[in-house]
Design a protein around this ligand. Structure first.
Ligand SMILES: Cc1ncc(COP(=O)(O)O)c(C=O)c1O
Length: 380
C-alpha cells in the first residue's frame, strides 16, 4: 500500500530534535522556527515533557472516559490557573478541528440557533462544521456546504452589526490572529464589538486559539489583548508539544448534560500528562514572557528591512510579507541556511517557533534573513 498523496513535502527526513534545533538523517542541523506548524511549544524532547510522558507510560497510557481520570481534573485546574480563566469548564478532545466542531455544536445546543458568523480568510479545520466556517472553497466538499455560515469581511464592525440585526446568530468564531490567512491581528475594538453583540443577541463568542493561543503571543489567548472574555476558547497545537490533544474551555453559563459531547481518545492519560508538562514548563520558565520579549525583538528588527512590505503579529506568531520577486526566500532559508519557517499566501513567511526560542537563535535567523535578501538584490 502507498500513502494517500495529499502533502507537498520537503525532501528532508528529520530524525532528532532538541529545543529549537532539529537534525536530519545525515546529521545536518536545522533551526526550527516553524515548530511543525506551531505545535512545538516548549521545544523538542524537552526533558520535563519526556520524563512526564515516560513515567505515565509505565503506569497507564490509556483508558476511556468511563472511569475517573484525576489527571483531567489536574489539567483543568492548571489550565485555569496558567490561562487566568478559572471560571470555565474543560472538555478534552484530540485536535483543533475537533475543538472547533465541538464549540460550534455546543453554542447551538446552548441557544438553539443555527447561524454562525465567520470571517474572510479564516481557517478553522477540516471536519464538517469546522471546514464550513473556513473560507477556502477548495477544501469544502459538497457534503460540507451549508447555508448556516455567514462570512464577513475581517474586522468590519458595520457588517457585523448588520449581520446580527438581520439573522438569528448562534455564534461568532474568530481567530485572535489569523494564521493560515496570513498573520492578520484582530483589532481590539472588533473583538470587543463581538463580545457586546453576543451579549445583546444571546450568541456565543468562540475564540479559536488553536494557532494563536497557548502563550504564543505573550498572553495565554491572543484574544485577551482586547480585554473581553470569550464564551468558548478552542485550543490544540501547542497544548501537547506534539502529543495530539485539543480542548475547549467553556464559560459557566453553558451547562453540560450527559452525552452532549463525547470522544473515545480525548483526555486520555498520556495526553493529559503531555499537556500538564507543557503548562508546568510554561509556568516554571516564564515562557509567555520570553515569547513576548523575543517576539517583540524579532518584529522590531524585521521592520528595519527595506524590502519587507509588512511585518505583522504578536510575540512569536509573526508574518513577514514580501514582494513577489522574493517568493523563494523560504526555500533559500531552508536549503541554504537550514532554517525551517512556515508560509501563508500571498508571500508571507510565518514564524511559529517554540516559546523558549533564545535571542541567539532569533539573531541567527535575522542574519540568515539579511543575507538572503541581500543575495536576492531586489531594489528597495
Ligand atoms: C486557527 C486554526 N484552527 C483550527 C485548526 C485545525 O487544527 P487541526 O489541524 O489540529 O485540526 C488550525 C490548524 O492549522 C488552525 O490554524
Amino acid at each position: 500500500m502507498k500513502l494517500f498523496d495529499v502533502y507537498p513535502i520537503n525532501p528532508i527526513e528529520i530524525v532528532k530534535g532538541i529545543g529549537s534545533l532539529v537534525y536530519d538523517d545525515k546529521g545536518t542541523e536545522y533551526l526550527d522556527l516553524y515548530g511543525g506548524h506551531a505545535v512545538i511549544s516548549i521545544g523538542h524532547t524537552n526533558p520535563r515533557y519526556v520524563k512526564r510522558l515516560e513515567d505515565q507510560l509505565h503506569k497507564i497510557g490509556f483508558y476511556s472516559n468511563s472511569i475517573e481520570i484525576p489527571l483531567q481534573k489536574e489539567l483543568a485546574e492548571k489550565l485555569g490557573q496558567v490561562s487566568g480563566k478559572t471560571d470555565y469548564q474543560l472538555f478534552l478532545c484530540n485536535s483543533g478541528a475537533e475543538a472547533n466542531e465541538n464549540a460550534l455544536k455546543l453554542a447551538s445546543f446552548y441557544n438553539g440557533k443555527k447561524k454562525v458568523i465567520a470571517f474572510r480568510k479564516a481557517f478553522h479545520g477540516r471536519t464538517s462544521l469546522a471546514v464550513a466556517v473556513t473560507d477556502n472553497p477548495k477544501i469544502v466538499a459538497p457534503v460540507n456546504e451549508t447555508d448556516n455560515v455567514i462570512f464577513l469581511p475581517w474586522c468590519d464592525e458595520a457588517a457585523l452589526e448588520q449581520a446580527f440585526a438581520e439573522n438569528e446568530i448562534s455564534s461568532v468564531i474568530i481567530e485572535g490572529i489569523q494564521g493560515v490567512g496570513g498573520i492578520q491581528v484582530a483589532t481590539t475594538s472588533f473583538l470587543q464589538k463581538i463580545r457586546a453583540l453576543c451579549d445583546q443577541y444571546n450568541a456565543v463568542y468562540i475564540a479559536d486559539s488553536v494557532q494563536c493561543g497557548y502563550g504564543r503571543t505573550g498572553k495565554f489567548y491572543s484574544h485577551d489583548f482586547a480585554g473581553a472574555d470569550a464564551d468558548i476558547y478552542t485550543m490544540a497545537k501547542g497544548m501537547g508539544n506534539g502529543f495530539p490533544i485539543g480542548a475547549i474551555s467553556i464559560a459557566l453559563k453553558i451547562k453540560p448534560s450527559y452525552g452532549m459531547l463525547g470522544t473515545t481518545f480525548g483526555g486520555n492519560h498520556l495526553a493529559c500528562a503531555a499537556a500538564l508538562a507543557v503548562l508546568e514548563e510554561i509556568e516554571a520558565n516564564n515562557l509567555m514572557q520570553n515569547a513576548a520579549e523575543v517576539g517583540a525583538y524579532l518584529i522590531d528588527e524585521l521592520k528595519k528591512f527595506e524590502q519587507v512590505i509588512e511585518v505583522r503579529g504578536r510575540g512569536l506568531m509573526i508574518g513577514i510579507e514580501l514582494p513577489e520577486e522574493l517568493s523563494n526566500v523560504r526555500k533559500k532559508l531552508l536549503y541554504k541556511h537550514h532554517i525551517f519557517t512556515g508560509e501563508a499566501k500571498p508571500n508571507v513567511v510565518r514564524l511559529l517557533p517554540a516559546l523558549n526560542l533564545t535571542k541567539a537563535h532569533a539573531d541567527q535567523f535575522l542574519e540568515a534573513f539579511a543575507q538572503t535578501l541581500k543575495a536576492a538584490q531586489v531594489p528597495a
